[in-house]
Design a protein around this ligand. Structure first.
Ligand code: SAM
Length: 224
């Protein structure tokens, strides 16, 4: 059995009782960054062995992990923050488990885009999750596609690219399209700011240096 276990995106309290039990009971925890996960496990007095599983080794180690799982090993997959498989490694291992007949169970829990979407005040009945945009090649094409969507869409963005991103969104979607910047969710300096794109751009342009982790939520294109 492979358990996919969400971990906090900032606030250490955002982990379920079941997640803690599973992390304690499995034989091995597969972690994106073992040092980071070690801190989390130590905080909860869990001493399950850790093994590294990240974007640069997932192809090499998957076969061996599947062999162990097929023989009955119980493992938990975690990423640095939030839900594995959401803009983080997880998909390849889950697929390999299915192909090998290994059971996969994903625990509900922390992820950045859900609180951003529901706190934004933008329509959340239907939405598109985009994750990170490509930095260069393909960025314009994705922006054009996103701008044409009738539903709310969600991006992950780094703080130093936020202002540029808001400018590009304003260009493609129109300056008055409603959007939200959700910054530092669940942390001390959490900020949820919903406004037209041009206003958001002006606000963050006037900040000395934008810091922290960011989700951008943009409302869909209005029907004419
Ligand atoms: N697996 C994670 C999830 O379930 O949301 C996402 C991992 S992705 C590598 C990291 C990105 O998620 C950050 O660059 C940021 O866009 C977003 N993120 C993570 N934690 C956040 C937080 N506390 N506040 C706002 N955005 C966050």
């Amino acid at each position: 059995m492979l358990y996919i276990v969400p971990t906090p995106i900032g606030n250490m309290e955002d982990i379920t009782l079941r997640a803690l039990r599973i992390l304690k009971e499995v034989q091995l925890v597969l972690a994106e960054d073992t040092r980071m996960t070690k801190k989390l496990l130590s905080h909860y007095e869990i001493d399950t062995p850790l093994r590294s599983f990240h974007a640069h080794n997932e192809h090499q180690v998957t076969e061996n992990l599947i062999a162990q799982l097929s023989q009955g090993a119980q493992m938990a997959l975690v990423s640095d923050a939030g839900t594995p498989g959401i803009s983080d490694p997880g998909f390849l291992l889950a697929r390999a488990c299915h192909e090998a007949g290994v059971q996969v169970s994903a625990l509900p829990g922390a992820t950045a885009f859900v609180p951003a979407l529901v706190a934004s005040g933008l329509p959340s009945d239907k939405f598109h999750f985009e994750g990170f945009l490509p930095h260069k090649k393909g960025r314009q094409t994705r922006l054009e596609y996103l701008a044409s969507l009738p539903n709310t869409f969600i991006l992950y963005e780094s703080p130093h690219r936020l202002v540029k991103c808001l400018g590009q969104l304003a260009l493609h979607c129109g300056e008055d399209r409603e959007a939200c910047v959700a910054r530092e969710l669940s942390k001390v300096y959490e900020e949820i700011r919903t406004a037209p794109l041009a206003e958001l751009q002006a606000h963050f342009e006037n900040q000395p240096k934008v810091k922290g982790e960011i989700v951008v939520v943009v409302s869909g294109k209005r029907k004419k």
